[in-house]
Structure formats: C-alpha cells, structure tokens
Design a protein around this ligand. Structure first.
Ligand SMILES: C[S@@+](CC[C@H](N)C(=O)[O-])C[C@H]1O[C@@H](n2cnc3c(N)ncnc32)[C@H](O)[C@@H]1O
Length: 207
C-alpha cells in the first residue's frame, strides 16, 4: 500500500469524533484493561446500526461501554442493546457510562456471565446485529451462536487483528481469526467483508 493510502486510512480513524461520553467510557475501559474499540471502528458500528435500523443488538464484550454507546447512537430510539461481559467491574462502568450519556434504562440489558453460557439462552433469529469484541479464542463459537441469533438480513461484526493479514504470524489467536475468516468466507449463508478500520472489522450479512 502506498504511503498516501496508509495516511488516508489513518485519517479514517479520526474522521468522526467520539462524543464526550464515548471518550469518557473509552478512558475508563483503558484503566480497567478492557480496550475500547478505536473511534474508526465505533463510527462504523454506529453507521451499521443506523443503516439496518437495528432495534435488537447483541454485543459480546461490554467493556466499559464505549462500543455500546457508539451502537446506541446509531440505533432507533426504541432499540435495545443486550450486552454481555464476565467482569462485573466493567459492567458497572458501562452502566454508569450509559446513564451519564442519558440512555434510558430500558434500552440496555447488561448481562453478567461468560458469553458461551449466556448466548445459548438467547432467542433464535431475534437480533438485527451481533457485535463481538471479547475472547478471541472463543470467536468460532461466538460465530456459531451469532448465525443462530441473527435474523435473515442481520449483520455480524467481529473486531479483528491486523496481525491476521501477515502469514508469518502463527500465534494461536491469529490462527483462530484466520480460520474464522476462512470459514465465514466459505459459508453460503453469509456475505463477508473485512473493513480496514481500527485493527480491522470483519462484517458479515446473514442471507
Ligand atoms: C476488548 S474489551 C471490550 C471493549 C468494549 N467492546 C468497548 O469498546 O468498550 C473485551 C471485554 O470482553 C470481556 N470478556 C472476555 N472474555 C469474555 C467471555 N468469555 N465472556 C464475556 N465477556 C468476556 C472482558 O471482560 C472485556 O470487558
């Protein structure tokens, strides 16, 4: 990629400024060791939620609520964000972030627990958008759950790693992402694209 192209893509990271509430949640997430989505990724999540009019969103990996706030910003006023995290401290921070941003209490369902314990209890075909930003080792199982949870035409977004693009990187996490990407590309029930925002955002639409 040319230097000019690289500069253009890094410009995309700051093209949409985060709200003060997203900034505060991101700072809190960093303090808690729950890395918030980069602003470029957050802006795409917000646009995706708005583009598909996502009323029901499932998020895996609440952190301190930065990605949740981006998503809520794109969802219709009656949309509900269900978000799962196993760390109660992160969840407390996210609840505070949602309240500080003036999000009505009934618009968020913050569920405590391991994603793979919680997701199987959720209803088939009930979600417009599933966003995954949690344990990379579990991505294959999250994708299987998302395939079940999404309605036809619903969208899956997986935060990615820029290490995946280099075949020289063969650590477990990278190999798992590579396998998830390959299997999603090969599925006839998903249309896939890897977006160059943040460390990458893999987006797939359920057909
Ligand atoms: C990268 S942070 C999420 C950041 C958040 N999406 C944001 O933008 O603010 C990952 C989160 O996933 C949570 N997590 C990790 N493994 C998990 C699991 N198996 N089930 C549920 N949550 C998990 C962590 O506690 C952490 O808060």
């Amino acid at each position: 990629m040319s230097t000019q192209k690289v500069a253009a893509w890094s410009h995309a990271e700051t093209f949409v400024a985060p709200s003060e509430h997203v900034e505060a949640a991101a700072r809190r997430g960093e303090q808690l060791g729950a890395a918030p989505v980069p602003d470029g990724t957050g802006a795409v999540l917000q646009v995706l939620a708005a583009a598909i009019g996502a009323r029901a969103v499932m998020e895996v990996g609440t952190g301190a609520g930065a990605s949740g706030l981006w998503l809520l910003g794109g969802m219709p006023a009656d949309g509900i964000l269900t978000t799962i995290d196993l760390e109660t401290e992160n969840q407390r921070a996210a609840r505070e972030a949602f309240a500080a941003a003036g999000v009505a209490h009934q618009r968020t369902r913050v569920i405590a627990g391991r994603a793979l314990d919680v997701l199987p209890r959720m209803t088939d075909g009930a979600y417009d958008l599933v966003v995954v930003d949690a344990d990379r080792a579990e991505y294959p199982e999250y994708v299987e759950q998302a395939a079940r949870l999404l309605r036809t035409g619903g969208t899956l977004a997986l935060t990615w790693s820029d290490r995946e693009s280099d075949p020289a990187n063969r650590d477990d996490e990278t190999r798992t992402l590579r396998e998830v990407g390959r299997s999603l590309r090969e599925r006839s029930d998903f249309l896939v694209s890897l977006l160059p925002v943040g460390d990458g955002l893999l987006v797939a639409v359920k057909r």
